[in-house]
Write a protein that binds this ligand. Structure first.
Ligand code: TRP
Ligand code: MN
Length: 449
């Protein structure tokens, strides 16, 4: 089929469906201009890379690899600086090293990065002091500042989203291929951090890796794979105009790929089986995910598998459960049963963040480390009890020493939340809480293997 026909057919398919959580742009001409511009921009990823990731996700569905998906709740244009990207990459690499070395399992590094700029909100508008304005939907849509000018959805932000994503992904590729991810640098990634239990543990592990590296060098082993990592980019496919503009026909296969990220997921709020988001992602070849909250029904999951992975391609579909620590043990088993009944493979990931968001007594939106840890370990217990395979974790984190999540070895209390509470949306694990989580997961993986 003709390239333009395929894209037109895609457009007709999703645009005839209900599309939830889309911004209302007052200037339709400006939107068309932005979208036309994006369509002519080079892809950010190559379709072949997406296929490679599908094959890796298939390994994770069988327990032969483990997915580490991590990054900000929402990236912002301001936070896409070199320092912040470096800190996030370093955190993810440190977590990956802990998992790879501690549990002897290949780790798939999947950033919630280079495109995570749009957020669905529970309320379309926000009221402050009697003034009602559109809610902040992420830098891809409007500004955080509470003024009418800043909160109007502006299509030019879609272009900046593309540019920031391109610059971020370029830096990620430079870091991960250019020497920053070299396993002989494991010690350096920890430099500049105050000492605390997680860092001490990390330094000890880094010492062991150093020894192993020196041994291999002395023995003449000299593998490129020790110096570089494959790092993949993912974000929530929320803004359909943007995602459509980034979707292209792959010249090798003549199939549709979203070239704005390797992996895309559909949010809990937009996963309606007859809705536009599911329709769009059902028609692209990338590996994809769906978030599942505690109220998802078994037949919804069956319908999603049928629609999103009819052929049962391993690695194509990931189910990211975000149940909440208190209910996961009750809510997850019937969903696993439905998947087992269906028989087609899925990759299971736990998101221990979104089911555990609370308001602190002083009003801060926060989470407790203890709940995060509880949901992760219950995720593993439920899967192993049912003969199913836990394939990865999805973490909201930052490389900085923020104070947004309660608890951790270097404990953050309600009173200390205010010290460095920087997120515009959800609270993220800081650097040391992320490392702590990685150690916990590596212990569970080791026990299970
Ligand atoms: N390339 C291997 C991997 O991705 C080993 C590796 C090199 C690595 N640098 C790393 C692993 C940094 C974790 C973190 O697994
Ligand atoms: Mn979030």
């Amino acid at each position: 089929m003709d390239v333009n026909n395929q894209l037109e057919e895609l457009y007709t398919a999703w645009s005839s469906r209900r599309a939830l959580h889309q911004p209302v742009y007052p200037d339709a001409v400006a939107l068309n201009r932005a979208v036309d511009y994006l369509r002519l921009m080079p892809p950010l990823v190559f379709a072949g890379e997406a296929d490679k990731l599908t094959a890796l996700m298939a390994r994770a569905s069988e327990g032969k690899a483990f997915v580490l998906q991590g990054g900000d709740c929402a990236e912002t244009f301001e936070s896409s600086s070199a320092d912040q990207i470096r800190a996030k990459i370093r955190t993810i690499l440190q977590m990956a090293v802990v998992l790879t070395y501690g549990a002897s399992v290949p780790v798939i590094k999947l950033g919630r990065m280079a495109g995570q700029y749009a957020k669905p909100r529970s309320n379309a508008t926000e009221v402050r002091d009697g003034i009602e304005l559109p809610s902040y939907m992420g830098d891809a849509v409007n500004g955080f500042e509470f003024t009418p000018e800043s909160r109007v959805p502006d299509p030019r932000r879609l272009i900046e989203t593309y540019q920031r994503s391109a610059a971020t992904l370029n830096l990620i590729r430079a870091f991960t291929a250019g020497g920053f991810a070299d396993l002989s640098k494991v010690h350096e990634w920890n430099k500049g951090f105050a000492s605390n239990p997680a860092y001490k543990r990390y330094n000890q592990l880094a010492g062991e890796i150093d020894k192993a590296m020196k041994f291999m060098e002395a023995a003449g082993a000299n593998s490129e794979s020790l110096r570089t990592v494959d790092f993949y980019a993912s974000h929530e496919a929320l803004l359909l105009d943007y995602e459509h503009a980034m979707t292209r026909v792959d010249s090798r296969t003549e199939k549709l790929y979203n070239t704005g990220a390797h992996f895309l997921w559909i949010g809990e709020r937009t996963r309606g089986i007859d809705d536009a988001h599911v329709e769009m992602l059902s028609r692209i070849e990338n590996p994809i995910g769906v978030k599942l909250g505690p109220n998802v029904a078994s037949d919804e999951v069956e319908a999603l598998i049928d629609k999103l992975n009819p052929a049962g391609t391993p690695g194509r579909l990931t189910l990211i459960t975000r149940m909440g620590a208190d209910v996961i043990t009750d809510k997850l088993p019937p969903i696993i049963e439905a998947v087992q009944r269906d028989g087609r493979p899925v990759t299971w990931i736990t998101d221990p963040m979104h089911g555990n968001t609370i308001a602190a007594s002083n009003g801060y939106k926060t989470r407790r480390m203890t709940d995060v840890v509880k949901e992760i370990s219950r995720f593993f217990s439920v899967h192993s009890a049912m003969g199913s395979c836990p394939g990865g974790v999805h973490i909201e984190l930052t490389g900085d020493d923020v104070t947004e999540v309660l608890g951790g070895a270097e404990e953050i209390f309600e009173d200390t939340l205010a010290t460095r509470y920087e997120t515009l949306v959800d609270p993220r694990l800081n650097h040391q809480q992320s490392l702590e989580t990685a150690f916990l997961v590596s212990e569970i993986l080791r026990e299970n293997s």
